[in-house]
Design a protein around this ligand. Structure first.
Ligand SMILES: NC(=O)c1ccc[n+]([C@@H]2O[C@H](COP(=O)([O-])OP(=O)(O)OC[C@H]3O[C@@H](n4cnc5c(N)ncnc54)[C@H](O)[C@@H]3O)[C@@H](O)[C@H]2O)c1
Length: 383
């Protein structure tokens, strides 16, 4: 068995996503398994160089994981011909410029979402990537969650009959930061720093809906800031200028209606932090991050409305668990391995910059709908 190394610049590795999901759970996990296997049996071992702003933090992370390459100078990393891939998990506001530099340096680029702050910016990156002939990719981790894989399996198997609608609930209570620390970075709640739940989550809903049921053709949304003041990582109060909840209806190509609530101001009375229910003429299913339950038309009970008596049925017990039927690895890692195969042997990778741009387009349209009180149609994007 042969193996070869693949140089990967990991920028933003001191952050929540960059460290935990991308460095530890994906790149290092893959290294410890001997690398990513290609179709000819060769194993590709990722060789990361860590990039960030704090030398102290980078050094600590490198030492903790037995890595010896890190730098606070992105240009130095980009000028290294041994580095084939640039990955970006920085805060969103600085992403576009860094990716432009990486493309100019001839690197393949993989990035966290959203691809850019604006649709113009995202399309500009997609064009630049196409002109440079690089392999471009955007993180679309939700597609690799066991719950959504099972939901997709039901769609592919024709379980639902004619699909009517999808309803999604995403959210949990994010503490304000005064009497208990907030569990998300404070920039998420400042519009001027790239925050806001629409920008954060609609790019996920774009590819989730497109992948499961079809592309979004129109959106009607109300985005609000329920909690106007929060406390940051240093315990200092700040004005929360970004939306922290969004209530939206998405009209999909083919006529399916999807309605998704996204909120950081909701307490969870669900089985998982996100749940999607699909209803079709022949069956329904509810999927979370990991689990998925289904109810076929043949096992659908016939409840009748009678407020004078207590509920006569345990409705949740009437659903059947959809089995795993496979072993699920970490979704970020699965997508990393798929991207590495795309770079190394040209296998298809649909999660490209254009797909990322559609996510940014949906977020922009959602915010415009909220500002104007109007339904906003989405034009098909072309390069
Ligand atoms: N795929 C997902 O499910 C998912 C989930 C959360 C966040 N994200 C995305 O990941 C990115 C990072 O989010 P996070 O939650 O890890 O945030 P974070 O605040 O924990 O990390 C941000 C990183 O960017 C760096 N940074 C901050 N300001 C910077 C600046 N001005 N210049 C250069 N670097 C700077 C920080 O040092 C840190 O390394 C965001 O774009 C976010 O949208 C994706």
């Amino acid at each position: 068995m042969t193996s070869r190394s693949l140089g990967i610049i990991l920028n933003g590795v001191t952050g929540r996503m960059g460290y935990r999901q991308h460095l530890v759970r994906s790149i290092l996990a893959s290294r410890s398994q001997g690398g990513v296997p290609l179709s000819d049996g060769t194993r590709v071992v990722p060789e990361p160089v860590l990039v960030g702003r704090s030398a102290g933090k980078l050094k600590r992370i490198a030492e903790q994981h037995g890595l010896d390459r890190w730098t606070t100078d992105l240009d130095v990393a980009l000028s290294d011909d041994g580095m084939a891939i640039y990955f970006d998990a920085q805060v969103t506001t600085v992403r576009e410029q860094a990716i432009k530099s990486a493309i100019a340096a001839g690197k393949h680029v993989y990035t966290e979402k959203p691809l850019a702050e604006t649709l113009d910016g995202a399309l500009g990156l997609a064009r630049a990537a196409q002109q440079a002939g690089i392999c471009d990719g955007v993180v679309q981790d939700k597609l690799f969650l066991p719950g959504l894989v099972k939901l997709r399996r039901l769609v592919d198997g024709g379980f639902f009959g004619r699909i009517l609608s999808l309803r999604g609930e995403f959210g949990y209570w994010v503490f304000e930061g005064d009497w208990q620390p907030g569990q998300r970075p404070s920039w998420n709640y400042r519009a001027q720093d790239g925050g806001g739940i629409v920008t954060d989550m609609f790019c996920h809903w774009s590819y989730v809906l497109e992948h499961l049921l079809g592309p979004v053709r129109a959106v009607t949304a109300t985005a609000v800031t329920h909690i106007p003041q929060r406390w940051d990582e240093h315990g200092e109060p700040y004005e929360a200028t970004a939306d922290d909840a969004a209530y939206a209806v998405f009209e999909l190509e083919g006529g399916v209606i999807a309605q998704i609530n996204s909120s950081w101001c909701v307490r969870v009375h669900r089985e998982e932090l996100v749940e999607f229910q699909i209803d079709g003429t022949h069956g329904s299913a509810v999927a979370g991050l990991r689990g998925c339950k289904a109810q076929h038309r043949s096992t659908t009970p016939m409840p009748s409305w009678n407020p004078d008596i207590p509920a006569t049925e345990a409705f949740r017990d009437q659903w059947q668990e959809v089995p795993d039927n496979t072993e699920f690895d970490n979704g970020f890692k699965v997508q990393w391995e798929s991207y590495i195969r795309h770079v190394c042997e040209g296998t298809p990778f649909p999660h490209d910059f254009m797909s990322g741009a559609r996510g940014v387009q949906l977020a922009e349209a959602g915010l415009r709908s909220s500002e104007t009180g109007c339904r906003v149609e989405l034009e098909e994007l072309v390069l």
